[in-house]
Design a protein around this ligand. Structure first.
Ligand code: ADP
Ligand code: ZN
Length: 438
């Protein structure tokens, strides 16, 4: 392997070549499938489809196995999909369940250890070391961004500050008092923290030791990342994960900041066309499907994440040969269909973030006006931008035109003062759909 960096958290796994990765994957896949026969759900799935673990002779044989969906997790709620007995499990995480039964993810002690190792590998990759002070602004509790990063950061050997979500002024006090160097935050919250810093007269470059930001848990554009980096004077790395796959630690940007390495010793990646469910070639957008390779309590086979992304072709200059995923486009269910056009909120964000007059917070509202479906994009102005009414109107028109070029419909654009749009404590709510359903 052509190594640009010499310092790995897990050199054995991080410096594997493609043939080595694939050999390990096949061994782990076969073991995983055999272990899944302890799961009442998978045992029946295999019987119903006339397949058995011995049918998995190559990595391509994975395609013989049916997909697992979120609905399967709901239908087997709470413990019906587990492959280990409950008395071997030491923790569960659960999703909110706003749309039906919640889902449950179980972990054995080994699962938790490996999860911490995966998160530590990610953090180490972007330069976190003992001596760093790591502040986590995620909600703790069921949300995996809390405990997931906590144990991973401790495994690196950093001094950890489990600040949890909210209370921005207290977060900033911790930054300055404890000398925080690394922060984990949802991108929308990173922007919010900077706004409060400005209001409080704190200059992140002068008054803090911040150097690294880990941002993830919600879709965000590269433009938004660059903005956060400039505001805070840090490097910001994209972090991808989901509760079903443990949580954070699934895929993470290296210092090249060009795609997130997905740890293929833990997961097999497939990208499929969400309609035909056929595989798409590297470089093409599709739905991410993941198979866990090293889980005891609740392995998942070919889990349809509903997240849309692509595998970036080519080798990463960092030398790691674990595949790279492109920035998430959003979930298939985040897609807005307006006047017959498919639109992802992230496309709108990309356009907005190019305007230096604008702040980071925006809200897309869809409503039915005189039986037409219309889109309004409200976006906060950067506080420092004061201009005449006429100039603001001209700016609104310019933004609307550029949005039209990107999404092919012309939204109404409304510029509002900074701090007027709602900020949620968890993931940002970017779309309000008030359309009448006929
Ligand atoms: P919930 O399902 O309740 O949102 P999770 O914390 O499990 O809870 O959320 C995982 C989802 O969050 C992913 O499936 C993905 O849609 C989104 N997500 C996580 N990390 C990122 C990221 N870096 N970029 C974009 N979306 C992300
Ligand atoms: Zn890399």
């Amino acid at each position: 392997m052509n190594k640009k960096y010499s310092d790995f958290f897990n050199p054995e796994m991080e410096t594997m070549t493609r043939p080595q990765i694939e050999k390990l994957q096949l061994e782990r896949l076969q073991a995983t499938v055999a272990h899944c026969m302890n799961s009442p759900f998978y045992k029946k799935r295999f019987e119903d489809n006339g397949i058995s673990p011995s049918d998995i002779k190559t990595l391509d044989d994975l395609r013989k196995i049916p997909f697992t969906t979120k609905q399967d997790l709901r239908d087997t709620y709470p413990f019906g999909i587990a492959s280990a007995p409950l008395d071997r499990c030491v923790r569960l995480h659960s999703s909110s369940g706003t749309t039906g039964n919640p889902t449950v993810i179980l972990h054995t002690q080994k699962d938790l250890d490996e999860w911490a190792n995966a998160v530590a590998r990610c953090l180490w990759m972007v330069g976190c070391r003992p001596g760093d002070v790591f502040q986590n602004t995620s909600g703790y509790g069921m949300f995996t961004g809390g405990l997931g990063f906590q144990y991973g950061a401790e495994r690196v050997g950093m001094l950890t500050v489990p600040a949890a979500a909210g209370n921005t002024k207290r977060q900033l006090k911790f930054f300055t008092d404890f000398g925080t160097t690394v922060v984990h935050a949802i991108p929308s919250y990173a922007t919010r923290m900077f706004e409060v810093m400005e209001e409080e007269g704190i200059d992140p470059r002068r008054d803090t030791r911040l150097k690294t930001l880990v941002i993830g848990a919600e879709p965000h554009s590269d433009e938004q990342r660059r903005r956060i980096e400039q505001m805070l004077g840090v490097k910001a790395y994209n972090s991808f994960g989901m509760s079903e796959m443990c949580g954070p630690g699934v895929a993470f940007e290296c210092r090249e900041q060009n795609g997130m390495h997905i740890w293929e010793d833990y997961y097999i990646v497939e990208i499929v066309d969400p309609e035909t469910l056929e595989p798409v070639p590297d470089g093409e957008l599709g739905e991410l499907v993941l198979t866990t390779l090293d889980r005891e309590a609740m392995p998942l086979l070919r889990y349809r994440t509903r997240d849309l992304t692509r595998v970036l072709p080519g080798k990463c200059p960092c030398g790691r040969e674990h595949k790279r995923l492109d920035r998430m486009q959003g979930r298939s269910d985040d897609m807005i269909i307006l006047k017959g056009v498919n639109i992802f909120p992230i496309q709108i964000e990309q356009v907005l973030m190019k305007f230096k007059e604008l702040g980071g917070n925006y809200l897309i509202t869809l409503e039915t006006l005189e039986s037409n479906d219309e889109m309004t994009v409200e976006v906060e102005l950067d506080q420092l931008f004061t201009d005449s009414f006429g100039r603001l109107q001209a700016l609104e028109k310019k933004i609307a035109r550029e949005l039209h070029d990107e999404i092919l419909v012309t939204p109404k654009v409304r510029l509002v003062p900074r701090g007027t749009l709602p900020v949620s404590e968890g993931k940002a709510v970017r779309v309000k759909d008030l359309r009448k359903k006929f």
